[in-house]
Design a protein around this ligand. Structure first.
Ligand code: ATP
Length: 335
């Protein structure tokens, strides 16, 4: 009983999350190259980029969710507040699931189809919070209420197939919140849902973030959504972080030619009928960041000689308010 009270009253304010020099390789091939960023306590960072740009690999690699048999992950450090998640003897086990919650794209994949919702929600709490069965069940009912599932006591005995996609995503959000995390990672949490329920799930995550004061990383390919969900935005291209800055600044005046092109293509869609639909010519390089210069150089309308031979700023400084990895904005080139 004592443990239950401690768990329920634990403050759920957000923690800072700092990633420095994260590189991820699959079978020796670099998928994410020297990525650095910081999320301040209670802040929401949106990570945007096209499919395959390395958004999920960055987040999952940072928190230790990639299978070490498949992915080689290196980083100078990954810190949740003062706790280093990657140093020797780092207390990784238990942090994920307790201090960090993750909501995935497809709730059907995140949930076990042959276990009841009660079992899946309470196993998690019993493991991390050491609650007895009764206390865990009571907590599960409260959590389901928090994510908008009515008649929660009865529905705890249901299996995943008895819920709609939107309801299932609410349940995975409850699971992510089960141990009062300080950081929530939402990896395209609405992509697999019907358009009608997407907005409800976005609203739910935003309202939970506000009420709990959580730090949030929201991964999306939807630039328009970032207006609503993010305080700061990080733009990824071909495994590198090319621009990071305050959402209002970056979404109004993106500096990196790729970010500018991405925004222009979305804005041309927003402007409606008769408007020219802008696209960025070409495709991302097949070898991701494994090329001598800037990976965007072959598609860049502002390319110049240096871009093809040397990668600009290998990473954006973790503490920079607005960073751009582009030779056009390098002070030494401008001088
Ligand atoms: N398990 C894996 N094995 C091999 N390569 C992988 C694996 N997972 C990801 N990759 C590669 O890593 C790169 C980054 O993929 P990632 O899924 O992180 O991109 P993303 O930006 O999140 O894309 P999406 O929006 O489609 O989810 C891609 O080139 C992808 O093919």
């Amino acid at each position: 009983m004592t443990t239950m009270i401690a768990a329920e009253t634990r403050a759920t304010a957000g923690a800072s999350f700092e990633v420095d020099g994260l590189t991820v390789r699959f079978s020796g091939k670099t998928a994410v190259d020297n990525v650095s960023f910081r999320v301040a306590p209670g802040e929401a960072l949106g990570i945007v980029g096209e499919s395959g740009s390395g958004k999920s690999t960055t987040a999952m690699g940072a928190v230790g969710l990639l299978d070490p048999e498949i992915a080689a992950v290196e980083a100078r450090h990954v810190r949740l507040d003062m706790t280093d998640l990657r140093g020797p003897g780092a207390p990784r086990a238990g942090i994920l699931g307790r201090r960090i919650g993750v909501v995935f794209q497809n709730p059907m994949v995140a949930l076990n189809p042959v276990l009841t919702i009660e079992r899946q929600l309470t196993d998690h709490m019993r493991q991390h919070l050491h609650l007895d069965a009764r206390a865990a069940r009571a907590r599960a009912i409260r959590l389901l209420g928090e994510v908008g599932i009515t008649d929660a006591a009865r529905r705890l005995s249901f299996y995943p197939f008895q819920f709609s996609g939107g309801m299932l995503q609410r349940i995975t959000i409850a699971m992510a919140l089960a141990c009062d995390p300080e950081l929530l990672i939402a990896d395209e949490p609405t992509t697999a849902l019907d358009a009608t329920v997407q907005a409800e799930v976005v609203d739910l995550i935003l309202s939970i973030r506000r009420s709990r004061g959580l730090s949030l990383i929201w991964i999306t390919h939807d630039l328009a959504l970032l207006n609503r969900v993010a305080d700061r935005v990080a733009v990824m291209y071909a495994g590198r972080l090319v621009e990071i800055g305050p959402a209002d600044v970056l979404l109004d005046h993106p500096a990196h030619p790729y970010a500018a092109g991405l925004l222009a293509s979305v804005q041309s869609l927003w402007t409606g009928e008769g408007a020219e639909f802008l696209t960025i010519e070409g495709a991302p390089p097949p070898n991701g960041p494994e090329m001598p210069g800037c990976a965007f150089a072959p598609r860049c309308p502002r390319v110049f000689d240096r871009c093809a031979t040397r990668p600009p700023m290998a990473s954006t400084p973790a503490d920079a308010a607005h960073g751009v990895a582009c030779w056009l904005f390098d002070p030494k080139v401008q001088a």
